[in-house]
Design a binder for this molecule. Structure first.
Ligand code: FES
Ligand SMILES: [Fe+2]
Length: 463
């Protein structure tokens, strides 16, 4: 088909069938606002505002306040001298000076301009320039959000006060003897670019192992047998990826993420043979700064022999002991060894544009996640919306993490199709026992139950 045969109503997709079509396909359509925009009043922004959201590292709160921007709102975070954490609207409610220049006080923060003093809940404690009988400070509150610290990360709740949920209760934090190193990695892209990356394990094959050696586990370069599914209730997603390591061994990996922003990333190091039910190393929460910037907050588990590999001390601000995650220091290094920062940040100026993508079979997880998010914000998935505090009698069950790695002794079948099918079958069986065990038990009891059943699967299919 020649270009001149196409009239002005011809669609972009028609032009794409022609070579040298650049002139006709140069326009870049806008992103999908429903699932990318998180500013005040947007549907996805209101969903995010129903969760406790990490906003900065505890270590960033010193004797100086910290200017932060979260969900397109300019805020200031501080820890007052009595140890309480505050997250307030950044601009002073007197005449608007930024409280990032304020004075962290014994109680609350004092504006540098005329000395108004604000408590962590927005109470205006002092208006020193006003007459002594002034009622001005008692007539309103400054904008404030509830905040607390958890394992080195400050969290804030930015939604309607009457819908504030219980604080996050994750079984990740209940593993005996385990410690948690917090990190915060700034990305120059929309949060969705990075969250959907969690369910795109094929990028690990290419970006992280064949293109550059980010992970210390060469088997990442092997294309896995992949299956994605929504987790029970539709509040999250998981994938099972199963790879053959050699004639004797296979590696089965589950990555679980929850909406809107959590993921539990398993090991990026070589695993012992055998390995039964190695839990995820990293809990990550992709927090929108605004619609073009985000921060990957999270924790790296360490401190017991269940989490060997890497260096847990290498986690903090713009620091994580997982290869290929942070911005490279020079343009040449970015070009020669791009990682997630460069790959995700350069996706159409930082925001996915579904209208001009060409997704294939290996993008099934990304498509599933976008559909799931759309469904949630349209109100079709009640289980994905946090319940208000106290709904479970004040004792919410811990959120179960399904991520894991297992390396099993299952011999290669002579027929390659049969072997590929076997990988899929073993993956499905492991997925079933991990879901069932996590539904029935918690903590070490769950681990023992699942490990015993994974061993049975290995014995059944050993060959
Ligand atoms: S602007 Fe803050 S006290 Fe006046
Ligand atoms: Fe990655």
């Amino acid at each position: 088909m020649a270009v001149q045969e196409l009239d002005t109503d011809t669609s972009r997709r028609d032009y794409e069938k022609l070579a040298f079509n650049g002139y006709y396909t140069r326009d870049i359509p806008p992103p999908d606002p429903l699932i990318t925009e998180t500013g005040p009043g947007t549907p996805m922004g209101e969903y995010f505002r129903r969760f406790w959201v990490p906003v900065c590292l505890s270590e960033e709160l010193t004797d100086l306040p910290k200017a932060i921007r979260i969900l397109s709102e300019d805020l200031v975070a501080f820890r007052d001298k009595s140890g309480r954490v505050g997250v307030l609207h950044r601009h002073c409610s007197h005449r608007g000076t930024s409280l990032e220049y304020g004075i962290v006080s014994e109680r609350g923060i004092r504006c540098c301009y005329h000395g108004w003093l604000f408590d962590v809940d927005g109470t205006i404690l002092e208006t020193p320039g006003e007459p002594p009988d002034s009622k001005l400070k008692d007539s309103f509150y400054h904008g404030a959000y509830p905040a607390f610290e958890m394992h080195g990360l400050v969290h804030a709740y930015m939604g309607p006060p009457e819908l504030k949920p219980d604080k996050p209760h994750l079984d990740f934090f209940e593993m005996p003897g385990v410690q948690f190193a917090p990190f915060a990695i700034p990305y120059k892209n929309n949060w969705l670019n990075s969250h959907e990356n969690n369910v795109d394990p094929v990028h690990s094959v290419f970006l992280h192992e064949r293109y550059a050696l980010h992970f210390e586990h060469q088997a990442f370069a092997v294309m896995p047998n992949l299956k994605w599914q929504l987790t029970d209730g539709g509040d999250g997603m998981m994938y099972m990826s199963v790879r053959r390591l050699d004639e004797e061994w296979i590696w089965a990996r589950i990555l679980h993420c929850r909406m809107p922003f959590e993921s539990y990333v398993p090991s990026v190091w070589d695993l012992p043979r055998p390995t039964y039910y190695q839990p995820g190393f990293y809990l990550r929460r992709m927090v929108p700064v605004d619609d073009r910037n985000s921060i990957f907050f999270g924790w790296r588990a360490h401190g017991t022999d269940r989490f060997e590999g890497g260096d847990p001390r290498e986690n903090g601000w713009n620091l994580i002991d997982m290869g290929g995650q942070v911005e490279k220091p020079t343009y040449e290094e970015k070009q020669r060894e791009a990682g997630d920062w460069e790959a995700q940040g350069s996706v159409w100026y930082g925001v996915p544009r579904p209208d001009i993508e060409h997704p294939g079979a290996t993008d099934g997880g990304v498509m599933m996640m976008r559909r799931a998010l759309r469904n949630i914000v349209e109100g079709n998935v009640p289980a994905a919306w946090p319940k208000p505090e106290g709904s479970d009698g004040g004792k919410p069950a811990p959120t179960k993490i399904l991520s894991q790695d297992s390396v099993l002794n299952i011999k290669e079948r002579p027929d390659s199709d049969e072997d590929w099918e076997l990988l899929g079958t073993v993956g499905e069986k492991i997925t079933e026992v991990v879901i069932e065990g996590s539904g029935k038990f918690v903590g070490p009891e769950r681990d023992d139950w699942i490990i015993e059943r994974i061993k049975k699967i290995e014995a059944e299919y050993r060959g």
